[in-house]
Structure formats: C-alpha cells, structure tokens
Design a protein around this ligand. Sequence first.
Ligand code: BGC
Length: 733
Amino acid sequence: MKDTQLHELLQQMTTNEKAEQMSQVVSMLVQSHSETGKITGPIAAMDVAKEDMSKSGSILGASGAKTLKQIQKNYMERHRLNIPLLFMADVIHGYKTVFPVPLALGCSWDLSAVEKSAEIAAKEASAAGLHVTFSPMADLVRDPRWGRVMESTGEDPYLNSEFARAFVRGYQGEDLEQDTDRIAACVKHFAAYGASEGGRDYNTVDMSERQLREYYMPAYEAALEEGAEMVMTAFNTVDGIPATSNRHLMRTVLRNELKFNGVLISDWGAVQETVPHGVAANNREAALKSALAGVDIDMMTPCYKQHLTSLVDSGELSEAVLDEAVLRILQLKQKLGLFDHPYRGADEKREEQLILSDEHRTKARELAAKSSVLLKNDGVLPLNTTQRVALIGPFTDSTDLLGRWAIFGEPADVVTLKTGLTKQLTAVETAAGCDIESITDAQISEARKTADNADVIILALGEPSELSGEAGSKTDIRLSEAQMHLVRSMRELNKPIITILFNGRPLDLRGILDESDAIIEAWFPGTEGGHAVADLLTGAANPSGKLTMSFPYTVGQIPVYYNAFKTGRPKEDLDPNDRYASKYMDAPNEPLFPFGFGLSYSEFTYGDARLSSNDLQPGGSLELSVDVKNTSGITGEETVQMYIRDLVGEVVRPVLELKGFEKIRLEPGEAKIVTFSIHEDLLKYHHHDLAYKADSGDFIASVGTDSQTLQHLRFSYKTHSSVTETVLEERYT
Ligand code: BGC
C-alpha cells in the first residue's frame, strides 16, 4: 500500500474507528499473557470481550503463530475497512530462548553478541506472529532498590546508548518490510523512569532539565537515531507532570527536537493514571491531555475508546490530533507489510524449527557465560574436574533462572545448575541447605553431611525472580537471613566455598563476600543458565563480564554510582580525620564493587598508557594507547575502558565518564595495543543554558580495567571560540 492510499484510508474512517486504532487491549481472553496472569491497572473498567478485539487497533501480549493468525483473520473479516491488527508484546531478553536479563547482558560489554540475542529474539517472536517488542528499556539506573534495574543495561549513559543501538539493530535489521524475521522496537520508558525516588516503583521523578538531558536522555536518543519505530511513555512525572500527559516532553522534546515521527504508546494504564496523579479530574480529561501531548496509543485503559470521539464532537479536541496519530499507526502497519501480508512472519513450521533451536541455545549459553561477573576468586576457580563438589542452596536445581520479563519463556526448558554441573563433573552431591526464606536444623545437617564428603562447596544462592522486575522494589538488598545462615554454617567446615548468585539487582554482599573464596554473579542467566555457569566453574568458559552498575557497600549509600560529582569537601583531598569532609561515619564512600569491575581466570597486564599529544586541536584528535598483555596461561577476554574527566567546567563535571571501551581476546602470552581516539565530541556536555558543547581547558584521559583501576593522562583542549575570546581579551587589555 502506498502513502496516498493510507491517506485515503484515513479519510474513510469514522472518528470512532480512529479512536479504536488508538487503543490497545490485552489478549487475556484469548490467551494467558502475563507472568502472573493478573491484570493490573484500570482494565476492570474496560469492556474487553472477545468481540471487542475488533475495537482496538493492536493487541498486547498474545503470541503463537496459530493463535495470532486466527485472531488476525477474525479481526480482518469483521473490520469494515480491512485494517490489520498489530501484535505487540514484551520480548525483553529473548522469546522462548531466554537470554540473561538486560542488566546481565550489559555486563558482557559485547555489543555484537547482544545484537545477535535481539536478532534471535526477533526471529522467534516474528515466527510466533509478533510485530513489535516493548524493548529496549533504555532507562538509566542508579538505585538497586528499584526492581527494574534488571531491565536496564546499567548506570552509564554512554554504555546504555551503545546497547540501546545494538538492541534496535538486532530487532529491526535493515528493512522491516522485507525482512519478516525482524520486528519493530519500542524504546521505553520516556523519560527518566529509572530515577523513581527512593527506588520505589511508579514513584515521582524530579530532576533538572540539564540532568535529564545529560544523563537520562542519551540512551533513548541513541535508540531513536538507530531507527526505533516506537516509543513508550513512562509512568513517572517529569518536572511535575506525568510523562504521559507531558506536552513539553512529548511534543517539544520528543517530536520537535528529537524528530521522532513514529508511534508513541502510553505505558500500561498510564493515560488513566493521570487521574490519581492529580493532573486530570477524570478519564475524559485524562484522554484529552494525553492526546494533546501526542500519545498515539492508549495501552489498556478505556480513556481513548470512551472519550476521544465525544471530545472531538464537542470541539475540545481537533480531529487533526487523531488523524496525526492514526496516520502514524497506519504507517507502522504499512512498514511492517501488514496490509499486504497480515500474518507477516507467523508460521507454525518456522516456529517449531526456530524456537529453542540448538543454534539459539548455544548463543544463549555463550552470552550467559559472558554476562556473568567473577567478583572474587582466591584461587579456588576454575575447578578441577576430579574435585568432589557439594552443590548446596535453594538455586541448586531451580528453574527460576529466567528472571522477570521472560513472559514466553518456560521454566521447563531451563537447564538448572545441577543439570549443567553434573554433565561436566563426575562427583557432584547436592543438598537444599535451606529454602529461599527459611532454614531448618534438618536442612543444615543434611548440607553438612553432603559437604563432609566434598573437596569444595558450591553455594547456589539468590533472590527469587519475583523480587525484582516491575513493582519489585525493596529497601533491603541483602540475601535472606536463611541463606546467610547457611553460608555461616558452611564456613564452619573450613572448606573452600564458591558462591553463585542468581538475582536481578546489585546486592549488599556483606555476610557473603568474606565468607566465600570465590563469587560468581550469574544474575538471571536465562534458559541455558545451568550450562553457562557450569562452563565458568570448570573453566570451559573464562569469565569476562564486568559490572555496569555499582554494588553498594550498604543500602545506606544508595545512590552510589561511578560518574558522580566531586563535592566542595572531597574526602580524598582532606585529612582522613576531618569531620567536615563529605563522607559517612559508618561506611566508606566507595561502593563494594565499582562500575566496570570483573575478574578473569587470565591475568592481564597493562603497559604504560600514552597520548599522541597533550594538546587537542579543534577538529583534531588524540590517540590514547595502551599495551595489554595476557600474562597467564589461559586465553581470555578483557574489556579495556577509557574515561575522560573535564577538570574545570561551567557546571560541575563528573569525576569520570566512560567514553570508549574495547573488548579484546588474548591468547596466553599475547599482547595487543588498544587505541582510543579522543576528539571534541567526547568533551561535550550540556551547559547551564542547555547548550551542548565542549569547553577549552584541561582534561584527564584515563584507561584501565575498571573505573577504579586506571592510569591517568592529562591533555588540554582549546576551542575555536576560546581562541577568539583570548584574542579579544588581549586586544582590550
Ligand atoms: C511495563 C512496560 C511494559 C508494559 C506492557 C508495563 O506495566 O511498565 O514496561 O512494556 O507493561 O506489558
């Protein structure tokens, strides 16, 4: 269908039909769609019945080629104008082949592997009939109390931007119309959802516009630059107005400045939630305000369906607002080729061949190993295959390795740690040790007995997946007392302890760290988790993951992130006993594990870093180089990180900012020179008046293995404008 035909189609539509295109309902009555099977939000008021499917332009959460083809067929047969439905769902870290949660994927620092995971997710989802995924979540996160940190790639705007791009490329490919193995991406949650106060989900966000643009916006912008077809609004307020009815945010920033022409969808129930927020008196006003803000689709509330037509009839809302939104929705349907091929990629045979294929499982296994982070190793890892192992703890044989937002993943397809490890080691004895939240004397004595026969104890611990993800906020981010008790009891046996952690957020690891000889943060590693962790334990895979979110020393430090400002009373510059320094009395300022940290079985030695010059000229570049050598006997991968610090800015500048990284693979004894190019763009930031530019002055370029282990080199930069300023100053003095 051509563009002109879309306009003709639009002209034939009644106002009511337009409002229907602008509403999305869940597939609940056709198929169970969600993790909990529970409908949240204001659905109760919505008259969703099977026949009402024909009254919305898109469906949320249904999947399966056969089902979706049937729904599409019924829908189109009944639709007066034959407009096909869009099928959208949360395919966040895999469809049926579930990859690690996004926070873990971030820790891989492997953009092409993550792009591949999104491509695989798209392929499986498309064969199952889906057209759009509500991913990537590009929210910057700094608060591990917030359950949704697991859906982000972490606390750094640059890294999040790179990953947002990789996800979009993987989902969408080059050409959505031709390539039916791909699906459209919807970047979310615009904007700043990750900054919910106190880490409590759905809570207020309030920050300066400068902070919003400098730290929170870049990853959404990157996804849009990469061509993401859709954007989802956030639940939170932005400068006092809920994002979903925030005209400035959506019209001025998203549409005008960022030039976004695609479909803007509300988050689940968010249009109606402007009523309890207190910026709309009722559903009618909620519909009016969100439509005026430019929200094209109302997800799961009756507001648009029930009120748009009468708002137009009464003259409160111009029909042009609806036309603009509906045209965008039709254009997306056209881009996906749905007018010509309403079933698109839906194909039962392909679904069967592709889903959980060996190739997909292999990729999931590799990526799960790359996403795990070795936090500690006193030499006990990797295991020797003849060692006798006692595998103990509530995650020993758990299928709860998928993590939240794996709504199509099946626990039955999960490879547990026990299964994975017993394939690779000959002597593995297991015991529960405790339940997630409770422990009995009988469990302890069984665990002790099991451990008595072993050379090494592996503790499989963690948080059940339901404790993270949406609405998974917590004030205490330690493991349960029962699990800590188990650790203490096992410690008494004086045997080496390796702790494997399965969880979706950075944890407070006091009570675990000192008691363990080695710790692997495996996150929620997905379908192939048990294989991947076993690969790491035996050395079949070498850990290479590095944290992309700081692990706080204690919850009281939160937020603690690496790219912070220096205060006027920096502890490190003052006498350590100075009471009036910026510090805590009962805890360090630094996190327990910093951003960028992660160990390997290899040893990498950094040579002296060097800069090609100490002066960066406008339009020019500097080369920062460092030799990295694998001085061990084991092949490994190292992520070399490059940071920049602006020593004096117009506004306070962060102590470090990641500006580049390279993941290299080194054979035993091999060395590589890693070179980063530094140019003006990397020095730019948002000034007080929001101008985005670089200043003249002195900078530090740092390179190293994590954000705390770096070599620092100084350079200076003089902009054209500052040259002029100096000349003028000289003339007049
Ligand atoms: C979440 C979104 C998700 C949507 C649709 C909401 O509750 O906040 O991230 O995409 O539901 O399932």
